[in-house]
Structure formats: C-alpha cells, structure tokens
Design a protein around this ligand. Structure first.
Ligand code: SF4
Length: 319
C-alpha cells in the first residue's frame, strides 16, 4: 500500500531575474508502507532537495505529494502537527543537528513534550533511557552534553531523538557520510534493525551506491533533477539499464582487488551541467557515450522497460 506518492514534483530556487535553479524537475515515484527506498546520485543532483520537498520542509514549485492519500499542502493544522510527528529526519551532520546547549535527555525528550506523548517526568525519563538503550547507548549518557560524544554516538542520539515521537516514516539524509568508515556499518546496521523492529517506512539518501544496495528494497537514481532509473535494488544492481547507472556501478571497487581488471569501468566525460541551464533533450546527453541526435532533442520519459524496472533512456522501448 502506498504511503507516499510523489507526482510530477518540482522544486526550483529563484536566483534573481529570470534565472532558476531546477533542483527537482518533474519527479514521480511511490513509496510503499514498510519499505526502504534509496535515492542515489552525485552531489548536486537534487536528491536532498527532493527528500525535503517530499516531507514538506520545502514548498514544492509544482506537482503534489500525497501522504497516506492526502495532499500534504491541504492538511489542516491538526493534520500538519500529526504529520510532523509521524515523519522524522535523520540528518547528515550529527555535529550541527544537535543543540550543544542541551543535555542528551532534553534533546531526546523535546519532541515527546511538543506532542504530549508523556504524562509525567518519571515516564519521560523511562522513555529516554529505553531509547538510549535501543540505539546502543548507556542510559547514563542522558545527563551529558553532545560535545562529550564521538560522531557515531552523536548520530545514535539523533536517531533516538527521531524515534522518540514514535514516527512511521524516516527520511535519512546521507546519515553516514560525515562519519568515520569504521562506524558507518554500525549505524547502517542499527537503522536496518530499528526499521524492522518498528515497521518503519524510510527513504535513504546517499551518493554511495554500494551503501544503498544493502539497505534499500528499491532504488531511484537521480541525475540533474530527474529520476533516470528506478527498480528493485537487486534488479538495479544486477541489470542496470541507464548508461548513467551503469557508469556509477562500474566505479564501485570490488572487494577482491585482483577482480578489478575484469570490470568494464565506464569513465564519465566531464562534469554534470548546471541545473540552472540543463541541456535540451536527455539531461545526460553531454556525458553519455551512446548519445544520438534524438537524445539531444527529445527528453526521454521514465517508463517501465522491464516489469517493475523504470528507465528514462531512448535506448529502450516501453514494455
Ligand atoms: Fe544516453 Fe540518449 Fe539514453 Fe540519454 S537517452 S542516457 S543520452 S542514450
């Protein structure tokens, strides 16, 4: 059952005069209850803006977002408040997303207080301690300040804060990219476990395809404000169809160095064009080794090329 339906979503930022940065440009997808949906792409492709516009942090320039069947722009005040409880974010940077003036207890309890989820100080204390245990921290940490913790521990505090209001949807915006490699897998494992235990639906935004593979049920690949490929995670990694996805996947090092020689590495030409003036036709045409005349003139539509596998590329026909 769909929980979040995104239809022709656009988010443009005005740059003065007639110039606009088209961060998200006509993107559609559905996220089903209980699944983890990965959004991947290079820096500046619009993945963070897309995620934030989906949960109402940014107002959309066009299109619509339905949460549980209701347009998020048409929510009543009460529905909006409930939406801000149900939908939580895990931020990229645990260093700047936690208030250094507050003790860990107060950071975690703030949401509970706003949404009246506890009726006494004792209950609040018990809840905070339970959450700290769930994210792998010691309940005694509640009385400390965030500067006393490592990056991985701070991200655990951020996760406990998000879970404190009993959400049903988590937007994880590059939650491990600011962390040491040694703790990245621990945070991923924690998120996977909590998602299963609590039946959460989540969006996992990352630029690292190898990380998204292990956490996502389905993955959408973004390039210059567009979703260019969307498929079941295993299908996408074993049969990438879009030339951009193929290039990204070919760049992932294999665990056994000796095997690298057998991988057909695809080198992307140049840098992505500016989202202020994207190329005509296919957005990827300036870097694609298969680009034809048609690619420079007609924009390919994201269509189902194999059941459940969507690709925006003129090399493929609709199934
Ligand atoms: Fe390459 Fe053309 Fe496909 Fe775009 S539509 S990805 S330029 S082949």
């Amino acid at each position: 059952k769909p929980l979040l339906e995104v239809r022709h979503l656009k988010k443009y930022f005005g740059l003065g005069g007639k110039k606009e940065l088209k961060a998200v440009d006509d993107v559609s997808f559905v996220i089903y209850k209980g699944e983890t949906f990965g959004i991947v792409g290079e820096s500046g492709c619009g993945k963070t803006t897309c995620g934030r516009t989906c949960i109402g942090v940014y107002d959309a320039t066009g299109g619509e977002v339905l949460y549980d069947g209701k347009d998020i722009r048409k929510q009543t005040k009460q529905e909006r408040k409930e939406f801000t409880r149900k939908v939580q974010m895990i931020f990229q940077d645990p260093y700047s997303s936690l208030d250094p003036r507050l003790k860990v207890h107060d950071i975690i309890a703030e949401g509970m207080q706003i949404h009246h989820l506890v009726s006494s100080k004792k209950e609040e204390e018990t809840m905070v301690q339970r959450l700290l245990r769930q994210v792998g921290l010691n309940p005694e940490h509640a009385g400390r300040y965030v500067h006393e913790f490592s990056g991985g521990q701070r991200q655990r505090i951020g996760i406990a804060r998000a879970l404190a209001v009993d959400p049903e949807f988590l937007l994880c915006d590059e939650p491990i990219s600011a962390l040491d490699v040694s703790v990245q897998a621990q945070i991923i494992n924690l998120l996977v476990r909590l998602q299963k235990e609590r039946g959460l639906t989540s969006v996992f935004i990352a630029h690292d395809l190898s990380m998204v593979r292990h956490i996502s049920d389905r993955v959408g690949v973004m390039y210059l404000g567009k979703i260019v490929e969307l498929a079941d995670s295993q299908e996408l990694y074993s049969h990438p169809m879009h030339p951009y996805t193929q290039a990204l996947l070919s760049a992932i090092p294999l665990p056994k160095p000796g095997k690298m020689a057998s991988v057909n590495r695809i080198h992307l030409q140049g840098e992505p064009p500016s989202p202020v003036s994207p190329p005509k036709g296919c957005r990827f045409c300036t870097r694609c080794i298969h680009a034809s005349k048609q690619c420079h003139q007609e924009e390919p539509e994201l269509m189902e090329t194999v059941p459940g596998h969507f690709t925006a590329c003129h090399l493929y026909k609709k199934k």
